[in-house]
Design a protein around this ligand. Sequence first.
Ligand SMILES: N[C@@H](CCC(=O)N[C@@H](CS)C(=O)NCC(=O)O)C(=O)O
Length: 260
Amino acid sequence: MIDLYYWPTPNGHKIPIMLEETGLEYRVRPVNMLRGEQFRPAFLKVNPNNKIPAIVDRDGPGGRPLALFESGAILQYLAEKTRRLMPRDLTGRYTVIQWLTFQVANVGPMFGQCGHFLGYAPKRIPYAIERYRNETLRLYGVMNRRLAKHRYLAGDYSIADIATWPWVRVRWLHRIDLDEFPHVRRWYETIAERPAVQRGVAVLEERMKIGNPDSKAREALFGRQQLRQGQRAGQRRSTPAPRRRVTPPPGTRAAARGRP
Ligand SMILES: N[C@@H](CCC(=O)N[C@@H](CS)C(=O)NCC(=O)O)C(=O)O
């Protein structure tokens, strides 16, 4: 039995999709991140980084429980445990790890920032929108060129596709038109037809809310609790980052040029 600490978001969706694909038994432990449940001490013991998804495999290695966070690590663990959705040969395996890392290090953070400045920021900041939307478009270009030559991101359908697909599903938030990326569209639609994928995204679907946070959600996701989480009463509080221009240390070449 696997406990799935979960909320319906693109990062969250990866894990129920994988659990449905592999047929592992699981129970959902909702972590309502819009109401600050990611800061509960019991959850912080599973993920000290206060983010979903996370799992506890009650039947982990050696029959002992294993707690894991970070969707990329969870997907690799479940693939190894079930010997599914990840090739065994070294080349195939590292091709999957490469595209999985491409997702967690590029697609997630850049699409995430793009969505933040388009759908969550309290005011419109054109520079930030342009910067992260350009990165999002660039990454769609990388995927489109890859998928022009390959049916899936890393050979056969794998955990690399499972990690990436939920982020393309919320493309409306990033103002992406798949007509511009026809190979991504073909790939997206092929995966959308998989019954396990449909069952995975249906988990807590009725509670999914992307963009337009109310004041409680804004406080939970971007407020002071983010800096205080995990600290005991009486510990020194972190102060928010100051709003000032960055100046290079004296004596550096950047300082001589008069700019960072
Ligand atoms: N790198 C992490 C990202 C997880 C993540 O950003 N989770 C978001 C939801 S999509 C979250 O839990 N946010 C709550 C918070 O930051 O307090 C992963 O891939 O698992």
